[in-house]
Design a protein around this ligand. Structure first.
Ligand code: G3I
Length: 332
């Protein structure tokens, strides 16, 4: 196959991209089978302080484009401590209202929603964030988990509400939890990745009991190309253990910075892209990969040359990383 979209489809997964309406040129539907609004479905754009919707025009444009071009949509994102806009500091009840409004606004036209984004703390301590909305959580018996009777838990409560809306409206939308620095079983240097473990514990707890609240797990995968690359050899094993819980795993925000210090003209980056694609292809439950933008110049980390194209709209040029991804997808 000659496009990422077709090669991925043949291999049984989707290959997608994050975009804003201004980036919707023909390359998007040609090369990509899935679309994530990079910014236009975030609460700071679409939520009112009472959990209503506003300003949904850009989101509509993206959803309509995807529908016209037979692309899947990933909604991004409902419950997040950052870019919370008018929801910042609000109650679980208001979050639940927003979850209901957003889910029903686009219904099954959204294949996957990031219900909870970046819930876990940094510094590899295996804890949840403490700032809002996690301040809505209460560990009743103080045992350090949130899985006991009497606990309140913004993650569980948000997924419960989302699942209820999906069921009441007969939606096909799948409900995902998404995070970064959770990709490997270990972190650079070989220590256990406690953030990945914490995510695993949450997904296990909310899928293996009587409630099946979580359908999919997103590994953001904002990676580096250098000797200490955070792409560890156990990426595939980590994807596999989540897939073994019966959830779909997605690589949701892939970019890999190109370390110029090794003078390899993008080859290290291309090899790293290959590794990520291979890890996903090797696990049946890894059902999609999304890159976080089209061209380097359009990326949130534009100085790091992390994407598959150079140039810009109307003049996109494929990089070595593009060829590596296409080649790996074509191997199936
Ligand atoms: O559009 C306005 C423009 O009108 C204004 O003049 C300018 C001045 O600051 O800001 C522009 O908005 C920026 C927007 O990107 C569009 O470029 C925001 O300031 C900026 O904060 C926003 O950054 C986005 C960031 O999330 C924060 O929401 C990035 O584009 C987006 O790539 C990034 O994506 C996140 C994921 O949602 C979650 N995971 C991490 C990932 C990377 O940070």
């Amino acid at each position: 196959e000659t496009t990422l979209r077709a090669a991925a489809a043949k291999a049984g997964l989707f290959f997608g991209v994050a975009a804003s309406p201004g980036r919707l040129s023909s390359i998007v539907s040609q090369e990509f089978g899935q679309l994530t609004p990079e910014n236009d479905m975030k609460p700071d754009t679409i939520a009112t302080s009472s959990g209503g919707l506003r300003n949904t025009g850009n989101a509509d444009t993206l959803v309509n484009y995807a529908q016209t071009n037979n692309m899947l949509v990933r909604g991004h994102t409902l419950v997040w401590h950052s870019q919370a806009g008018q929801l910042q500091g609000t109650s679980q009840a208001t979050l639940n209202t927003f979850i209901g409004n957003a889910l029903t606004r686009w219904g099954s036209r959204i294949a996957y929603w990031d219900v909870v984004n970046e819930a876990l703390d940094d510094n590899n301590n295996g804890r949840r964030r403490t700032q809002w909305p996690h301040s809505l959580s209460r560990d009743a018996n103080g045992d350090g988990d949130f899985f006991d009777a009497g606990d309140t838990d913004v993650i569980r409560n948000s997924f419960r509400r989302a699942k209820e809306v999906v069921q009441q409206n007969n939606l096909t939308t799948k409900l995902c939890i998404n995070d970064y620095d959770v990709e490997g079983l270990t972190v650079s240097g070989g220590a256990r990745n406690n953030k990945a473990q914490a995510l695993y514990d949450i997904v296990r707890a909310y899928t293996q009991g009587t409630e099946r609240l979580i359908d999919c797990v997103g590994f953001q995968a904002h990676f580096n190309d250098n000797p200490n690359s955070v792409i560890t050899d156990d990426l595939q094993a980590n994807i596999q253990r989540f897939a073994d819980l019966g959830v779909e795993v997605h690589i949701t925000e892939l970019d890999i910075d190109d370390d110029l210090s090794n003078n390899d003209i993008g080859q290290g980056q291309a090899n790293n892209y290959r590794k990520v694609v291979r890890a996903c292809l090797n696990v049946a439950g890894c059902t999609g990969i999304t890159v976080w933008g089209i061209a380097d110049s359009e990326s949130w980390r534009s100085s790091e040359r992390g994407l598959l194209f150079t140039g810009g709209s109307g003049n996109y040029q494929k990089k070595a990383a593009y060829s590596a991804v296409l080649d790996e997808l074509n191997k199936g």
